[in-house]
Write a protein that binds this ligand. Structure first.
Ligand SMILES: [Zn+2]
Ligand SMILES: [Zn+2]
Length: 294
């Protein structure tokens, strides 16, 4: 068995929590005040939420989460590509040198950063790929950004993701609404395999890639069998793509239970990831599974 699959997921599938990390309120250019935004997301069945006002820290500490866990956050916006600051305690200065911003986030108070909507704007290039390749220390990128459905560019950035993963970078893929108006809520979210509803537990799961991104497909379980078989169970998906190096799709498997054994001569390491296709535009994206030589 030449390959062992390294999975970020745990075998305990009892608690998946649904959350959006990219939410604007009337403290920047969102249409609702923070408390009303909370009510709107709670009504959609979310378990956790993060405010990400532009260069402004909206402190959730004094707000009533209505049963949702509120994570503190901010979107670094001015002077360059937008970065999400997760677990923020203040707005970080938007240095033009975004590496400085990423370093400051990593060095102060247990936060991490996500590169937002890389394929936004009419040139589909809000964040030039050379930045994604050279910056170090960011945790992930938005592979799906909901608001990009109604503005210029593409909501999807799995092309950037595959390029980074193919180059050996371990970068997690996030799906977020980037909600500004009513119609932006509930388009895309992250399902986190968290030990509890505690902010600390959710953040720890996100850091370690124990989540999948979704626009409607539900993943019930993700298991590794005998080291080299990946099983993904998705009650409402009808097709699964195994995606590999440089965007190749070596295998397509139909049906709600996907099982794939890595062939001994699998020619496309260092990773695979699974795209789960549901009805309409509902999808789910697993995190990458690294393939290690046995
Ligand atoms: Zn943005
Ligand atoms: Zn935004």
């Amino acid at each position: 068995m030449p390959f062992i699959i390294r999975s970020p997921y745990s075998d305990n599938h009892s608690q998946w929590l649904k959350g959006n990390l990219h939410t604007h309120t009337s403290n920047s250019d969102g249409n609702l005040p923070p408390q009303d935004t909370i009510e709107a997301y709670r009504a959609l069945g979310f378990d956790f939420l993060m405010f990400s006002d532009h260069d402004k820290f909206t402190d959730p500490a004094s707000l009533d989460g209505k049963g949702m866990t509120l994570l503190p956050g901010c979107e670094i916006t001015a002077n360059g590509p937008h970065l999400l600051h997760v677990n923020a305690h203040a707005a970080v200065e938007p240095f033009e040198d975004r590496q400085k911003v990423i370093d400051e986030i990593n060095n102060n108070g247990g936060g991490f950063s996500i590169v937002n909507h890389p394929n936004w704007l009419d040139d589909f290039n809000h964040c030039d790929h050379k930045f994604l390749e050279t910056w170090q220390g960011y945790l992930g990128i938005e592979i799906y950004n909901g608001i990009c459905r109604r503005v210029e560019g593409s909501p999807l950035a799995t092309d950037r993701w595959d390029r980074l993963l193919s180059a050996g970078r371990t970068v997690w893929g996030f799906a977020n609404d980037d909600s500004h108006r009513d119609q932006d809520r509930g388009l895309a979210w992250n399902m986190v395999q968290s030990a509890s509803r505690d902010a600390g537990a959710i953040l720890e799961a996100l850091r370690n890639g124990r989540f999948y991104a979704s626009t409607g497909v539900i993943i019930e379980s993700i298991r590794i069998i005998n080291g080299n078989t990946l099983e993904v169970v998705t009650p409402n998906a009808h097709r699964h793509y195994i995606c590999a190096k440089h965007g190749r799709v070596p295998v397509v498997i139909d049906g709600p239970v996907m099982r794939y054994t890595i062939p001994d001569d699998f020619p496309f390491p260092p990773y695979i990831r699974v795209e789960c296709w549901g009805a309409g535009d509902a999808m789910a994206w697993t995190q990458p599974f690294l393939l290690e030589s046995a």
